[in-house]
Write a protein that binds this ligand. Structure first.
Ligand code: HEC
Length: 118
């Protein structure tokens, strides 16, 4: 490894900066795949209903996620995570487990559920 690194340094001095950059770029938040987002969204529909809409007539006290813009959903999630929603019950705790990219993906998912609007 040492020798290889020395050889790289000698012949490709610019390559070292790429090596140094590599760990940073892999840590950057990449957009989630639709498959990953679907798995995450599965956690939400147990409470928020299939597709983010509680079944009609259940009188559910859990708000529907459907029919809200992704911006609104994202803002709500960020507010929960930051503890800025007075009277909230489960969401502040739950949102601790989601990073910015995941919240963004979920907001878009519930604003625009795959399969269109029934
Ligand atoms: C255990 C049940 C439960 C689960 C699981 C759950 N939620 Fe919630 N959600 C609630 C409740 C209850 C509220 C009302 C605020 C509160 O009491 O925390 C809420 C509120 C919200 C709101 C605000 C909606 C509005 O109109 O004010 C958003 C956005 C939201 N949840 C997104 C999500 C997402 C995304 C997930 C999946 C990662 C999720 N929730 C999972 C119960 C749940």
């Amino acid at each position: 490894m040492q020798q290889a690194l020395a050889a790289i340094k000698k012949h490709f001095p610019w390559a070292i900066s790429l090596l140094l950059l590599a760990p940073c770029t892999t840590q950057a938040q990449s957009p989630l795949s639709p498959q990953d987002t679907a798995l995450l969204a599965g956690n939400c529909v147990t409470c928020h209903g299939p597709g983010g809409r509680p079944p009609v007539g259940t009188g559910s006290s859990i708000p529907a996620l459907r029919d809200q813009s992704s911006t609104t959903l994202l803002e709500r999630m960020q507010a929960f995570k930051a503890g800025r929603v007075a009277g909230a019950t489960v969401m502040p705790l739950l949102m601790q487990g989601y990073d910015a990219a995941q919240m963004q993906a979920l907001a878009q998912w519930f604003a625009q559920p795959p399969g269109g609007r029934p």
